[in-house]
Structure formats: C-alpha cells, structure tokens
Design a protein around this ligand. Structure first.
Ligand code: DAH
Length: 347
C-alpha cells in the first residue's frame, strides 16, 4: 500500500526532473508519460489495492502526476517550437521533411503539329534532303520579289500579311518559300533542302483557316532536274505519309514555278471524317509544287541555262487534322492541355 504512494511520488519527482531539450526527447517524454501505454496508467490501476479510506488521496496523487506530465509537455512543446535547437537555421531547413513523398514530375507531350512536322521531315531526310531554316520576320524581297512576285503582282493579294510597325519592308513571312531564296543565295547546286517553319497570313480565323500555321518547303536544284523527278519524290512521300502512292497533280499557278501544280492524295470516301477534309471528293489537297521558274534561279544568282529545279510547299495543319482526326484548326493554337494531353502517347 505505502509502496503505491511511494511509487507515484517518485514518478512525480521524475516528471519534475525530466528535461527534454530536443523534439525527439520531448516525443520520448510524451510516449512515456502520456502515450497509450504510459507509465501512469498502471499506477492508477493500483488503486484496487489501496484501502478504501486512502483511495481518494491516492487518486488525487495519481492525477497530480498526470497533470504534471501534461503541463510539462505543453510548456516544453511551446518552448521547443519557438526556440528549437535549430532555430538559427532558415525555415526551409527547419521544415525539411525527409519522409515526405516526392512530388510527381508531370511529363509533357509533343504537340501534334511538331509530331507531324518531324514525321514529314524524316521522310525527306531519308531521301537525302537537308534541313534549312529562315526567319519568321522576313523582308519583302525574300518573301515576294525574289520569288517572282514583284510589288504590283496580283498574286500578292492572296498572301496579305502583317507588317512591322514603321516598315513596309519587314513582314511576317507568308510562306516558307523565301527560304528557297536564302539557300540559293548562299550555296551552289546541287541543292536539296526542306525548310519547315511557321508562316502567317492576315486571314479571318475559323475552324479551317488561321492567321498562323506551318509549312514545309522543298527545293531541289541540280543539272537535268525534271518534272518526273518531282512526281516520283511526291509519290514516295505520299506512300510514306499516307500509305498510298495514289496522288493527282492538278495544273495550277504560282509565280515562282513554271509549270505549277497542286497535289492531292487519295484518302478515300469511306467515312464522314474524310468527307469533311476532302469536301466529299476523297482527295485531300496537300501541297503546291512545280519546276522552279528560271527567273527565280536568276534572281538568286544561279545560272538557269545550266541548272533546273523543282520546288514544293505543303501545309502541316491539314495533314495533322487528317492524321489525328482533329476538326478545328484553332485547337492547335489554344494550348489547352486537355487537348494536348491526348497526344501524350504519340511520339
Ligand atoms: N508558297 C506556296 C504557298 O504558300 C506553296 C508553294 C507552291 C510552294 C509551289 C512551292 C511551290 O515551293 O513550288 O501557297
């Protein structure tokens, strides 16, 4: 009996003497005196063995021990929060929690336009074409004049664009064709390049047309280049890109090629989706092409009596729409991740 009183008294002294100085020690203190298996509980159970007339006193003593532990814990907790042993460390260190789970890295995905461009570029690279690039902000001469579209030429009307402030000379290029001029000015034949890039036109934005889009230009200049070479190259491209060599070349006009043609690829009339892209004909219009006009060669310092060439220029968006079954060109430029995420499996 008196043992029980003595035990509680010793415990009270022990609690009073305890001096946890770190958070770890304080936690040990908490587990020992206040945790679910604390040392006070069994002493409380001892009350069974205490004579009735002393039970009240004993109970009070045990409660005293418990209160002492609680008060000490609360006081030390406050003290350690405000002046902890690592108080001189910056907050970022003090709050550093090694056990915290990492934050998952969100992997992005390639834009469907980039994927489509890469695919087309790859096809021509395998045929031996090198990649060339030109600036988006182009001068009038490269964009129009060198490409045989002088200032008063009616073909300029079809390609209205955005001009830089205070300059009628600098503009956003309307096609990738000026890269032809830049390459021919800079190197001698044989020339075999493709030029992917962004182009701009002052056009009303709708589901089918946009003021910015992408093109890939092709140019081959050498001795004895013929229209047959052009056609064969395009058939190969159609086979690789669309799985069919079935193309048709419709006579057309471009100032920088003579003769000129537009190429369609047969995508069939199997379903409504194709109907939308081909306007019910089964033919998807892909590109403009032709034999480089001798005047363009001369404009760029290449002897047109010795060299000939072919060129082509294709839009990317429509091909991407066909590949991925996208019905509105504006989706490409809105950068809505809900749209873009759908292509995360595409490489
Ligand atoms: N630049 C033309 C356009 O944007 C496309 C084009 C047609 C490019 C014929 C060419 C070509 O190289 O030979 O509409």
């Amino acid at each position: 009996m008196s043992d029980s009183f003595a035990n509680v008294k010793r415990l009270i002294e022990e609690i009073a003497a305890a001096n946890p100085t770190t958070k770890v020690e304080l936690e040990q203190f908490r587990i020992q005196y206040l945790g679910s298996k604390n040392v006070i509980k069994p002493l409380m159970g001892e009350i069974r063995n205490v004579p009735n007339e002393q039970k009240k006193e004993y109970g009070q003593l045990v409660n005293e021990a418990k209160n002492a532990a609680e008060q000490k814990f609360a006081a030390l907790q406050d003290a350690l929060e405000s002046v902890s042993g690592d108080a001189d460390l910056p907050d970022s260190y003090r709050d550093f929690d090694l056990t915290r789970p990492g934050e998952p890295l969100e992997l992005g995905s390639r834009h469907p336009i980039a994927t489509t461009m890469n695919r087309i570029v790859g096809i021509f690279q395998r045929m031996g074409f090198a990649i060339a690039e030109g600036p988006d902000i182009e001068d009038d001469w490269h964009n129009f004049t060198a490409m045989n579209t002088p200032e008063d030429h009616p073909a300029r009307d079809m390609q209205d664009t955005f001009y830089l402030q205070n300059s009628t000379e600098m503009l956003l290029r309307t096609h990738t064709s000026p890269v032809q001029a830049r390459v021919m000015m800079g190197q001698k034949p044989p020339i075999r390049i493709i030029a992917p890039g962004r182009v701009y036109r002052n056009e009303t934005i709708s589901a089918r047309s946009h003021a910015q889009f992408h093109q890939i230009e092709g140019l081959y200049v050498d001795e004895n280049v013929s229209f047959a070479d052009l056609k064969q190259t395009l058939m190969y491209f159609a086979q690789e890109m669309f799985g069919t060599p079935k193309i048709r070349l419709r006579p057309s006009f471009f100032p920088f090629t003579e003769p000129s043609a537009e190429m369609d690829v047969w995508i069939g009339m199997d379903n409504e989706k194709n109907y939308r892209l081909s306007k019910g004909t089964g033919w998807l219009e892909i590109l403009g092409c032709g034999m480089v006009d001798p005047q363009v060669l001369e404009n760029c310092g290449i002897d047109s009596s010795k060299y000939s060439g072919y060129a082509f220029g294709m839009g990317i968006e429509r091909q991407a729409m066909r590949l991925y079954d996208i019905h509105d060109i504006r989706l490409f430029f809105e950068n809505d991740v809900r749209f873009l995420k759908q292509f995360s499996a595409v490489i």
